[in-house]
Write a protein that binds this ligand. Structure first.
Ligand code: NZQ
Ligand code: ZN
Length: 379
């Protein structure tokens, strides 16, 4: 196996860490930052007040862009880029979950481009970006410590990613205590997203033994911590460990030696949440991933046995899969496309959206007929 591992993001982790924000920005020469936020959760849980206090203490100027929606849109990103130009900001400060951070990254790169969508369609390479700083309020995507962003072009219902080494956040503040305000539904969605990030790599390369030993531990810890949070939302040990697992699930560590992973399930899910933006990304993955394992297990029997044994203590993939589905259901998350609010008439539309870019999956190599079968299995 050959790989390059590099992750430059500095993480400040722990309760009260938002207090370091102002001085850390000051150290890096920030003078006027663009604070990007979502629909208002940070006003309700005190995060906004902590951020503003820290900025004021350090004498940092800022302007604010609110209203990034879950499953963020290209249109909003364009609007914020225009604001960033008008106000001549020197850095981006994203305060929120993955949607806010992804929008922040797209704004940071789009600031120097004719049109940020060209980075998604590969028509233009990202050559410069404003520095990105983040305060994470929802552990799920790993965006706080990776170089990717996912946005939706609502006009074409196309949701896809962009990435550049320039988009690693310079630093990220993760204070797990601010996640106590999350509805359990969002905690679960985050746990399922982190689980899916690990599974996208898990089956690709059988010789990535060290990486998968870490991944097995992450999968089990995510489950255990989510169970604990279902019992007691104020369990800060569980909240902190779940937060760190979610960061490790997509900051490069979980993919070492896995040749880029598979990502078919992510491409499929992105079509669900592009078509119906009220679908939480993690919930969509909680539906499609078990179906994908079931489908792929028929094609490649044997490949999923290690997962069954190491994660579920089962020597039979069907029984492991049953336990996986039961866990998702016990957390109250959707287990079918119908549960997600998708109808039979949506299936051909989804199929067209998903197959628009050809064969899917670095390892599973799904053709149109496979995807159709998979959607039926998940329906
Ligand atoms: O908008 P606000 O008011 O902030 O409310 C949010 C939102 O409604 C709320 N929330 C966040 N922190 C909270 C809170 N509510 C109470 N207390 C808190 N502490 O949670 C809701 C969902 O937020 P969102 O940011 O949409 O969730 P998530 O972090 O799951 O991000 C999902 C987006 O990230 C993309 C997904 O496709 C989706 O668009 N992804 C990004 C990736 C990346 N950059 O690497 C990889 C992922 O695979 C994924 O595709
Ligand atoms: Zn994901």
């Amino acid at each position: 196996m050959e790989f390059v591992f590099h992750n430059p993001t500095r993480v400040f982790f722990g309760s009260g860490k938002i207090g370091v924000l102002g001085t850390e920005l000051q150290k890096r020469g920030a003078k006027k930052v663009l604070l990007i936020a979502g629909g208002g959760s940070i006003r309700n849980n005190g995060v906004y007040d902590q951020v503003v206090e820290s900025l004021k203490e350090a004498g940092i100027n800022w302007i604010e862009a609110w209203g990034v929606q879950a499953n963020p849109t290209l249109e909003k990103v364009r609007e914020i880029i225009a604001l960033a130009h008008r106000e001549q900001v020197d850095s981006v400060l994203a305060v929120g979950g993955g949607s806010v951070i992804d929008s922040g990254k797209a704004v940071a790169a789009g600031f120097y481009m004719e049109d940020i969508w060209k980075a998604v369609t590969d028509e233009e390479r990202i050559k410069a970006a404003l520095p990105v700083y983040t305060v994470l309020t929802l552990s799920a995507t790993g965006s706080e410590m990776n170089s990717f962003a996912v946005i939706t072009n609502s006009e074409t219902t196309h949701k896809a990613g962009l990435g550049s080494p320039l988009l690693y956040p310079v630093f990220t503040i993760i204070d797990p205590s601010v996640q106590a305000s999350l509805p359990f539904r969002q905690t679960v969605s985050g746990a399922l997203d982190a689980t899916a990030h690990i599974l996208e790599y898990y089956f690709t390369e059988e010789n990535a033994i060290a990486t998968n030993a870490i991944n097995t531990a992450l999968l089990k810890t995510i489950m255990e911590m989510t169970d604990r949070l279902q019992e007691n939302a104020a369990d800060m040990v569980a909240r902190s460990n779940l937060a760190w697992c979610a960061t490790l699930a997509l900051n490069g560590i979980s993919g070492v030696g896995h040749q880029g992973g598979d990502w078919a399930c992510h491409t499929i899910e992105h079509a669900f949440s592009a078509l119906k933006p009220q679908i939480a990304h993690g919930e969509g993955l909680g539906v499609i991933f078990p179906a994908w394992i079931e489908y792929m297990n028929q094609k490649m029997p044997g490949r999923f046995l290690g997962w069954a044994k190491d994660v579920w203590d089962e020597d039979n993939v069907c029984r492991a899969l049953h336990k996986f589905r039961e866990k998702i259901s016990a957390w109250g998350a959707p287990t079918s496309l119908r549960d997600l609010g998708l109808q039979a008439e949506d299936l051909p539309v989804l199929l067209e959206m998903i197959t628009a870019s050809g064969t899917l999956g670095g390892f599973s190599k799904l053709e149109s007929a496979d995807i159709e079968a998979l959607l039926m299995l998940a329906y």
